[in-house]
Design a protein around this ligand. Structure first.
Ligand SMILES: Cc1cc2nc3c(=O)[nH]c(=O)nc-3n(C[C@H](O)[C@H](O)[C@H](O)COP(=O)(O)OP(=O)(O)OC[C@H]3O[C@@H](n4cnc5c(N)ncnc54)[C@H](O)[C@@H]3O)c2cc1C
Length: 457
């Protein structure tokens, strides 16, 4: 149950194994955080808009469904900090790997750079269990690196705070390097030139992926049905769904729970109380994506940009935390905008707002979030035109927070669920929030369920 990319992938895998699968989704459409909406006559992503290409699961799944894959046409993101847009120096999730580039970028003050220069003199880290990314980075590189580089990058992925997010879960490579010694001294050994582009997307939007999975027709899809209860019965599980006034019972052999942590925890309260308690302890961050469409003729300078957008460190006190110039980043978005509005060309870009424990920043009308985005864009890139169309997508509790100790917590959840044969979990709560990681967790869940002796086809 849960018709995001995790639930759909697990359903697709199980159906391919010959199982009779029904997918239950509370919303009126499948896809979860992969969703598109019409803005100025063009259907654009209003949730996830890219996937890592260096992890194979997302691209492999798309190709196996016959979907074309596209890579960003520009890949130069910048940081809006200390009053200017600055190039993003070579980094590992914001941790600088090239001192010369860092200095040239101007992202840090002179004192901040001096502190970074001390890193090679520090002894290797001894990390007992886990540590937050921010604490580890501050210890080695100073607070400025955490605040101006790591915070915006982690904020982009988790909408979280670097001093709370688990280093072992979010940036395991950094932990390995720091335990060995100086990160900067080992930086040269970290490859940065790959044969493969870092990111991939789908022409028409990432939302095409869930639609293709559901559209394959290999399993049944029921939307608009909220699963409210899950109990064990003699041969499997009884699922209760629908409104309390008209409940419907569905008896099944096995269950994949691909819902976010909070509903998953609620559904497991009686069946697996230890797992339920662990799930209840996982917090989430809310955010909003504001999509703005402009007439190209109104924004000629912006239309010529070769940048894919910029990130904003919270320490700079802006309202937005990032902006993606979708028209510059994705060839298909630019193409789709040609002649889209009364035969005039339009371009699309988006901003994102909202960080963990800053839900109040989102407690504003849609128009206010649009106005805040326009105000920040005016300061950052001098954008003064009025948009021809806007769309605000709110993602309440949209991103799970991988707090310090997350990996151990997930191990405890899985251990508790071992006592409930025929039930598995997957999704962004467990093994990574990025689309490929989520797909990977779904493959794993389906594989566990289909293992010999667990469930008959
Ligand atoms: C704004 C935003 C931008 C992002 N950008 C990127 C990106 O560019 N690249 C990237 O790799 N990742 C990105 N991510 C992360 C990624 O999109 C998600 O982690 C991933 O899509 C989550 O998939 P999921 O299937 O685990 O969960 P979801 O997509 O949350 O799906 C869970 C589904 O369960 C349903 N559900 C909940 N409760 C019930 C119930 N009781 N009964 C039935 N159904 C229920 C929900 O309606 C939902 O459809 C982004 C996330 C957000 C929020």
């Amino acid at each position: 149950m849960g018709g995001g990319i995790a639930g759909l992938t697990a359903a697709y895998d199980l159906a391919a194994g010959g199982h009779d699968v029904v997918l239950l989704e509370a919303a009126d459409r499948v896809g979860g955080k992969l969703r598109r909406e019409d803005v100025a006559g063009v259907s654009v992503d209003v949730g996830a808009e890219a996937m890592l290409n260096r992890r194979p699961e997302g691209v492999d799944l798309a190709r196996s469904l016959g979907l074309a894959v596209e890579h960003p046409t520009v890949a130069s993101s910048r940081i809006w900090t200390r009053g200017a847009l600055r190039p993003l120096p070579r980094s590992l999730m914001g941790v600088p790997l090239d001192l010369d580039q860092l200095v040239a970028s101007g992202v840090l003050s002179d004192e901040g750079v001096d502190r970074v220069r001390l890193e090679p003199t520090l002894p290797p880290e001894v990390i007992d269990g886990d540590v937050s990314v921010g604490d580890l980075v501050s210890r080695r590189f100073g607070d400025e690196v955490t605040d101006r580089l790591v915070e915006p990058l982690l904020g982009g992925v988790y909408a979280g705070r670097s001093r709370e997010i688990s280093a072992r879960a979010a940036v395991p490579q950094l932990v390995v390097l720091a335990e060995r010694g100086s990160v900067l001294e080992q930086a040269a050994a970290i490859p940065t030139t790959y044969d493969l582009p870092v990111f991939a997307g789908l022409p028409g939007g990432m939302a095409g992926l869930p639609e293709a999975l559901a559209g394959a027709g290999t399993f049944r899809v029921r939307t608009g049905v909220t699963v409210r209860e899950l109990v064990r019965v003699a041969d499997g599980f009884r699922v209760t769904l629908g409104p309390t006034t008209h409940p419907e019972a569905l008896d099944v052999d096995a269950v994949v729970l691909a819902t976010p942590a909070a509903p998953t925890g609620r559904l497991l309260t009686d069946l697996a109380p230890v797992a339920a308690a662990e799930l209840a302890a996982i917090e989430s961050a809310s955010m909003a994506v504001v999509t703005l469409a402009f007439r190209v003729s109104d924004v000629p300078d912006l239309a010529a940009t070769t940048s894919s957008g910029f990130l904003v460190p919270p320490v700079d006190g802006r309202r937005i935390k990032a902006s993606t110039f979708s028209f510059a980043k994705w060839g298909w978005v630019r193409e789709a905008g040609r002649g889209a509005l009364d035969r005039e060309d339009v371009l699309h870009l988006r901003t994102s707002l909202g960080r963990h424990r800053e839900a109040t920043a989102l407690q504003a009308a849609d128009e206010e979030l649009v106005a805040a985005s326009l105000a920040d864009l005016a300061l950052a890139v001098g954008l003064a035109a009025r948009p021809v169309d806007t769309h605000v997508q709110r993602w309440g509790g949209g991103l799970p927070q991988y707090a310090v100790g997350h990996l151990d917590r997930v191990a405890r959840i899985r251990a508790a669920l071992d006592a409930v044969p025929g039930l598995v979990v997957c999704g962004a709560t467990y093994d990574g929030v990025g689309v490929p990681a989520v797909i990977g967790s779904a493959h794993r869940a389906a594989g566990e369920l289909a293992a010999p002796g667990t469930m008959e086809p």
